[in-house]
Design a protein around this ligand. Structure first.
Ligand code: URA
Length: 257
């Protein structure tokens, strides 16, 4: 069993890895990786679609108009951001806020699964079509499944999944606000319910010890394989500079976890 402190540290490692991710072309157009923010030990996690322009600049999820509505809806059911963890299907902004592409969703999926495994939420609210389809592993659209809680096993975690319309939907269609409110109103009861039965832990077979044959002496690198010296004149950042930058970025996130 990992403690909350250990899980928080492991989550920071995932964040560090994601923050320099270049696994898909969105890394070429993004300004910031929006990993997700909030309480690393939250019972409730929200999963949106992808960062927009504000989030891309600010590095945090849901900080624009849709985020303000999300805050309001949370407040109406007695919750605030510090109680929950908010993440997205994609950690980088698609140019012009276009829809996430299947290959991008697939490439980014592992980060979200690791977040779920480490945060260990009881309830996950998917916001909109993309996160609902991904986490239900089913193409049924949000209009058919919103407001219907169900148990889903994600990685090694069984959670109650509650699909909800994306808050941005109510910015375009104000009548949608009543539907969002009705769906949010289920959250206190779902959070008070017992955790769904968890899948049996994996049983690991002991791996037989392999006796290595005696190693040959390692070949010496050829002269031309010697790494090139740093280009003259190009200033290399010193270890302290890199360390300070990492610490600053860490602290920015730390306040949120
Ligand atoms: N919409 C999303 O789905 N996620 C954000 O972080 C912001 C807007």
């Amino acid at each position: 069993m990992t403690t909350a402190v250990e899980r928080r540290e492991l989550l920071k490692e995932v964040w560090r890895e994601a923050s320099t991710c270049t696994k898909c072309p969105l890394s070429e157009t993004r300004q910031t990786v929006v990993f997700g923010a909030g309480n690393a030990d939250a019972d409730l996690m929200f999963v949106g679609e992808a960062p927009g322009a504000n989030e891309d600049r600010g590095g945090l999820p849901f900080i624009g108009q849709a985020g303000r509505l999300l805050d309001k809806l949370l407040q109406e059911v007695g919750l605030e951001r510090a109680d929950v963890f908010i993440a997205n299907v994609l950690k980088c902004r698609p140019p012009g806020n276009r829809d996430p592409r299947p290959t991008e969703i697939e490439t980014c999926r592992d980060y979200l699964h690791r977040q779920v495994e480490l945060i260990e939420p009881k309830v996950i609210c998917t916001l909109g079509n993309f996160s609902t389809k991904l986490l239900r592993d089913d193409p049924t659209g949000i209009s058919k499944v919103h407001g219907r809680p169900e148990v889903q096993v994600l990685g090694r975690r069984a959670v109650t999944l509650l699909p909800i319309y994306h808050p941005a939907a109510a910015l375009y269609t104000p009548s949608m606000l009543d539907t969002l409110r009705a769906d949010f109103a289920q959250l206190p009861e779902l959070l008070a319910a017992p955790l769904p039965e968890q899948p049996a832990p994996e049983v690991f077979e002991p791996v037989p010890e392999v006796v290595e044959p005696e190693a040959e002496p390692a070949p010496q690198p050829a002269a031309e394989a010697t790494p090139e010296p740093a280009e003259e004149g190009a200033p290399q950042p010193g270890a302290e500079v890199l360390e300070a930058a990492a610490k600053q970025a860490d602290e920015h996130q730390l306040g949120l976890f």
